[in-house]
Design a protein around this ligand. Structure first.
Ligand code: BTN
Length: 326
């Protein structure tokens, strides 16, 4: 009921009476009052005026279950939501839940990660109360070698969500780093449980630097956050809801087509370095070429100097601009 009350109060500019809420939920006015009181304790500022009712004055930047559910516009993505104030890694918890049968779309969100994981064994920092750490469980009926494409679907969704909410210029650094003003703002780590023949589940973990004001010195030149770019705090729950809305839409299109063809145009519109020279760093070999875009499997098409076009598969390869990170 709390998330529904939040939804109603958020969407009304005027007062909503206690009577209306109690009738709507079939509970007593005291029960409504208690729910309102709990919300106030969680940091919501709700004005209560006799004979008029309740009016939301301010919502805090929290990522708890009620707040996110009250903003969700999806059918299945995030509807089964697990929230923790602190967790080692949302990916690890999502894998445990998936092993126990959690349904597709289950979302794990935490206010803080103590052992957040990045790609290639690196650590990922999610300080308390200032970033987004979320992991979604998926059970696609696709071949395991195609799983990395789903990471691109999330990268595109996060970029679109940021673009739709804030006045910043967002880009995607292939395959799935979301970049603002040349610096990384979001990283995605996909993990899989599979056999040769099929996928048991995928977990896609997304970390977004929302209200992080300072980064460790070693990553300052390549990392940024929304608060740094905008000069003001953003509401994390609102951004989570927007990411999930785009993700659900794009993921359904991807599953229906069996490839990324329906997303290619939107992805390429945000792809950084398209038609520019890039450096492709393979484990034992490096070359430069022209980045042409992606194919329907999400591979980056790079035209080498001899005119041949190579499809670069994400795996162990990094692609950089010729002058640095982007
Ligand atoms: C990267 O190295 O770019 C990927 C970073 C992924 C971080 C996210 S935060 C939520 C989820 N839980 C983790 O432990 N990692 C991912």
């Amino acid at each position: 009921m709390k998330s529904k009350i939040l939804e109603i109060l958020r969407n009304k500019d005027t007062y909503v009476s206690g009577q209306e809420l109690s009738e709507r939920f079939g509970v007593s006015r005291t029960a409504v009052w208690k729910a309102i009181h709990q919300l106030e304790e969680e940091g919501y500022r709700i004005e209560a005026v006799p004979r008029k009712g309740y009016h939301m004055v301010e919502t805090p930047d929290v990522v708890c279950k009620e707040e996110i559910l009250s903003l969700l516009e999806t059918k299945w993505a995030g509807r089964n939501l697990v929230y923790l104030e602190t967790v080692d890694s949302t990916n690890d918890l999502a894998k445990k839940l998936a092993d126990q049968g959690a349904p597709e779309g289950t979302l794990v969100v935490a206010d803080e990660q103590t052992g957040g994981k990045g790609r290639r064994g690196r650590a990922w920092c999610t300080p308390k109360g200032s970033a987004i750490a979320m992991t979604i469980v998926l059970r696609p009926d696709i071949r395991p070698e195609l799983a990395s494409m789903v990471t691109l679907v999330m990268g595109l969704s996060v970029a679109k969500a940021i673009e739709s909410l804030y006045p910043v210029s967002v880009g995607i650094k292939w395959p799935n780093d979301v970049v603002v003003n040349g610096k990384k703002i979001c990283g995605i780590l996909t993990e899989m449980s599979a056999e040769m023949t099929g996928i048991h589940y995928l977990v896609i973990g997304t970390g977004i630097n929302t209200n992080v004001e300072e980064f460790p010195e070693e990553i300052q030149s390549v990392a940024t956050s929304l608060i740094k770019e905008l000069g003001e705090k953003v509401n994390r729950a609102e951004l989570i809801a927007a990411c999930l809305k785009y993700f659900e839409e794009y993921y359904e299109k991807y599953i229906a087509a069996g490839n990324l063809a329906p997303l290619k145009e939107d992805y390429e519109a945000l792809l950084l370095n398209r038609n520019n020279k890039v450096r492709v760093l393979e484990p034992n070999h490096e070359y430069t070429g022209l980045s042409l875009g992606i194919n329907e499997d999400g591979e980056l098409l790079v035209e080498k100097e001899d005119g041949t076009v190579t499809a670069v598969y994400a795996g162990e390869v990094s692609v950089r601009g010729v002058y640095g990170y982007v």
